[in-house]
Design a protein around this ligand. Structure first.
Ligand code: GLN
Length: 485
């Protein structure tokens, strides 16, 4: 097995055992990026010089016996995370030249542990999308089949792990943006509970839904990364001040006697038959491991996509008001006054999907419509959260597909936003409920595209998700399959 195929926990052992240096490792990944990214387009910025410098520093820490699990490990970040001195574009023309003056908290926490940041990853502009086709830097291609999408919005984060351009990455998930691309690219992705990870220094899309999380090659790596980034941060008032458990402790405890719920609303007609078959096989695997299955219902599922697209767009319209050509990034000024400058800047700086969302959100918040749309959507959101809490009275976790189909073709859904929105039908309710969920590789379609399994946990029960995911991984080989590039 090559260096670039290995996991964080494997590479950590090699680093502290003196079998490899962080410099050599970092060079291997930089070379891999150089060789493959013209086909994948996962990176917006590669930080070659800084990464090599950081890897030298990591090697010194390792030599002094001060290595953390992440010390010297090459990772990459969705280009939504602020990084001091390195540009942060959010895949938008409007931030094309923006360099943040500080690191986001999650980034700072990775750096404190000695992780080496090799670059910033492509994504849908402002994290709005499910296919990574809404990027001002061109679409990302799925490493399993470059004529298909990697999913979105953290498409670069998932594709780069599948293409072995980084050991692991960080993404964000507002309505599925970690789990859906992880599923389409055959890697592991975890969306923590709202409040578990600080969003300070993460460009805001929909603040009541956004959450930061890891994308990795296996469940153990996911636990390692979550450990590094989780926890209270006084700089993010929505981060929750509860202790962070040891996410690797108990990961091997198995699923014997565990109750897994199957929400009937997630196993519907329209579910791709190959996805359905992969779910059935996964259920059998878990049965064999001693888990018990219980049928449950999440009765308000049908309303999730509609309420999400009111809440997310409303919050986006407010969050994106700050890009006015005055304080951040690009300015288009034809000397016709301030209002004209705002208009020209925003017209030139935002892509079509971002404009569509700002208009939808502004409409939903406008006086006279607020009660009918935004307020109503918030009420539905409460019902959706209650559905989950009720289901969790009877079961420990829920098992569902991540997406109704495997990765679709590039260009296939761009002209039909509603079809695109519907592809998030199984991931969006989790964000509305504010709880945690994880995507795991669980099979392949006949066309050779990965299929993902979603495990949904109780609020702050990331530990259970990791344990249940780990058990599946030990019993299957899906996560070991490699995209042929
Ligand atoms: N695809 C969904 C959207 O476009 C979710 C995106 C996300 O999670 N950032 O809003």
């Amino acid at each position: 097995m090559e260096l670039i195929d290995k996991t964080i926990h494997e590479l950590h052992r090699m680093l502290i055992g003196g079998e490899v240096t962080s410099v050599a490792l970092t060079r291997a990944f930089l070379q891999r990026i150089a060789e493959t990214d013209n086909r994948i387009n996962a990176f917006i910025t590669v930080c070659e010089e800084q990464a090599l410098k950081d890897s030298e520093a990591a090697d010194r820490l390792i030599a002094e016996g001060k290595a953390d699990l992440l010390t010297g490990i090459p990772v990459a970040l969705k280009d939504i995370f602020l990084t001091a001195g390195v540009r942060t574009t959010c895949a938008s023309k409007i931030l094309d030249t923006f360099i943040a003056p500080y690191d986001g908290t999650a980034v700072a926490r990775l750096k404190e542990r000695g992780a080496v940041i090799v670059g910033k990853l492509n994504m849908d502009e402002f994290a709005m999308g499910s296919s990574n086709e809404n990027s001002a830097f061109g679409p990302v291609k799925n490493p399993w089949d470059t004529s298909t999408v990697p999913g979105g919005s953290s498409g670069g984060s998932a594709a780069s792990v599948a293409a072995r351009q980084a050991v692991a990455t960080l993404g964000t998930d507002t309505g599925g943006s970690i789990r859906q691309p992880a599923s389409h690219c055959g890697v592991v992705g975890l969306k923590p509970t709202y409040g578990r990870v600080s969003r300070y220094g993460v460009i805001a899309y929909a603040s009541s839904l956004d959450q930061v999380g890891p994308i990795s090659r296996d469940v153990e790596d996911c636990a390692i990364l979550l450990q590094a980034i989780a926890g209270y941060d006084p700089a993010d008032s929505t981060s929750v001040d509860t202790p962070v458990p040891d996410y690797r402790a108990g990961i091997k405890d198995g699923v014997k006697g565990l109750k897994i719920g199957l929400p009937k609303e997630y196993f519907i007609e329209g579910l791709d038959p190959e996805v359905k078959a992969a779910m059935e096989a996964a259920i059998e695997t878990y049965r064999g491991l001693g888990a018990e299955f219980v049928d449950v219902s999440l009765p308000h599922t049908d309303y999730a996509v509609a309420s999400y697209y009111l809440i997310a767009t409303a919050e986006a319209s407010s969050n994106l008001a700050r890009y006015d050509g005055v304080r951040f990034g690009v300015r288009v000024d034809q000397g016709r006054g301030l209002i004209d400058m705002f208009e020209q800047t925003r017209a030139a700086g935002f892509g079509d999907e971002v404009k569509r969302r700002i208009m939808l959100g502004t409409y939903a918040l406008s006086s006279g419509y607020y009660d009918a749309y935004y307020l109503k959507a918030q009420k539905v959101r409460t019902l959706i959260r209650q559905d989950f809490l009720e289901a969790f009275q009877a079961v420990d976790v829920l098992l569902t597909p991540v997406a109704p189909t495997p990765a679709f073709g590039l260009g296939e859904k761009v002209s039909d936003p509603l079809q695109m929105y519907l592809s998030d039908i199984f991931t969006i309710p989790v964000n509305l409920a504010g709880t945690c969920a994880m995507s795991l590789p669980c099979g392949f379609s006949s066309a050779g595209l990965p299929i993902g399994l979603q495990l949904i946990g109780k609020p702050f029960a990331e530990q259970t998700l990791l344990r249940v995911g780990y058990a599946f991984e030990q019993a299957t080989e899906w996560h070991r399959k490699k995209a042929d590039l």
